[in-house]
Design a protein around this ligand. Structure first.
Ligand SMILES: *Cc1c(COP(=O)(O)O)cnc(C)c1O
Length: 379
């Protein structure tokens, strides 16, 4: 009896890489396929399930895509060479104006501005008030609405169902950057989104040693999916097989890592909330988060491993706290097994509005007592 991964629960799909293994030897881990070209038969036909060239087809990349498709409950996934390659492809494939959430991951804001300089119409809306999205949809015939929830580094939470309803009523598609949540706790396609995007560089791969991006479709019959598929093949922003292998390997432990990281992040958020040197904590799991109820309804089993807090005393005080940390590393990125902290005000230009005293913390899988001790000593 051969197993049917479509009947498995998500943890099982992830742990067993959706059933992938080495067909030739029975090896329980599938090999890394590096070939760039595939031989044709004497009849000049390609092997079944193969294409002629790696830009169009790679079995190791397909293994990673299959797992993500199952975890997101979609119909298909395209893996790109980075999260930004995936997001840029979606923006350019939209085929019309884009309503773009303000205060997203800085790279996404930069990409929106970059493509706008080259003729794409990109209009911002405020994620804390979706009537501003209606205004944008009323003013421009948007082809795509793009949201990021929870957002990085503001931890804004957008009601995915509500955004999908508003987008669809105006004839637009909804894409959701779900990087900071992971499919372990949030599945945007089940709430009406058309595309879900990940920087798989982050928690999906989980070990700060892979760069990858993915787009998963609710419905592969959507014209945008055909465009995205052609765009990746034509432009070649494909994932390398080594990165795809590590991504699949990392996802085997996604649910374990996410559960531990999310639990520790909630604990740390509570500790920071009552600390006298901390003026504000942004975390969707805290009852005083402005969209806590939305987070409760659309995130299951946790609120993510990313949080931001503001230190009393502005940039200088925040940088001093960073400098005193012994365990938590001062580095960009998030979602890895090791905890990372970043002073975003030192990184982003002033117009993004990141408060000077804000520190973004990505909580890893270390003992939470060690993380709390490091933070409280530094504060
Ligand atoms: C890091 C990140 C990206 C960009 O992904 P890369 O893999 O670094 O290109 C996009 N969105 C979010 C929310 C991110 O955190």
């Amino acid at each position: 009896m051969s197993p049917d991964p479509r009947k498995w629960r998500p943890q099982t799909v992830a742990a067993q890489a959706a059933g992938a293994q080495d067909q030739q030897t029975g090896g329980v881990v599938p090999p890394i396929h590096l070939a760039t070209t595939f031989e044709r038969g004497r009849d000049y036909a390609l092997a079944a399930n193969a294409e002629s060239y790696r830009r169009d087809f790679n079995p190791t990349v397909r293994d990673a895509e299959t797992v993500i498709t199952a975890l997101e409950g979609g119909q298909a996934t395209l893996a790109f060479s980075s999260g930004m390659a995936a997001i840029s492809a979606v923006m350019r494939a939209a085929g019309g104006p884009i309503a773009l959430q303000t205060g997203t991951y800085y790279g996404t804001s930069v990409a929106g501005a970059f493509h706008a300089e080259r003729g794409l119409k990109v209009v911002g809306f405020d994620p804390s008030d979706l009537t501003t999205l209606d205004d944008v949809l009323g003013q421009t015939r948007s082809a795509l609405v793009h949201i990021e929830t929870p957002s990085n580094p503001f931890l804004s939470v957008v009601d995915i169902e509500d955004a999908a309803r508003r987008a669809h009523a105006a004839g637009a598609l909804l894409s959701v950057d779900s990087t900071t949540a992971t499919p372990a706790i949030q599945q945007p396609l089940s709430r009406g989104a058309d595309l879900v995007i990940h920087s798989a560089t982050k928690a999906l791969s989980g070990h700060s040693d892979v760069m990858a991006g993915t787009v998963t479709a609710r419905d592969t019959a959507l014209p945008i999916w055909q465009t995205l598929t052609r765009m990746r093949a034509i432009e070649g922003a494909v994932l390398s097989p080594f990165d795809a292998f590590l991504l699949t390997r990392g996802m085997r432990t996604l649910h374990l890592r996410a559960a531990e990281m999310n639990r520790s992040a909630l604990h740390i958020a509570h500790v920071l909330e009552t600390h006298p040197s901390v003026t504000r904590v942004r975390y969707p799991g805290l009852p005083d988060h402005p969209a806590h109820q939305v987070a409760v309804s659309q995130m299951e089993g946790g609120f993510g491993s990313l949080l931001s807090f503001e230190v009393d005393g502005g940039a200088q005080a925040a940088l001093q706290v960073c400098a005193r940390l012994e365990l938590i590393k001062r580095a960009t990125s998030l979602g890895g097994v090791e905890s990372l902290i970043e002073h975003r005000h030192s990184i982003e230009p002033a117009f993004t509005g990141v408060p000077e005293g804000l520190l973004r913390l990505s909580v890893g899988i270390e003992a939470v007592e060690d993380l709390v001790a490091d933070l409280t000593a530094a504060l």
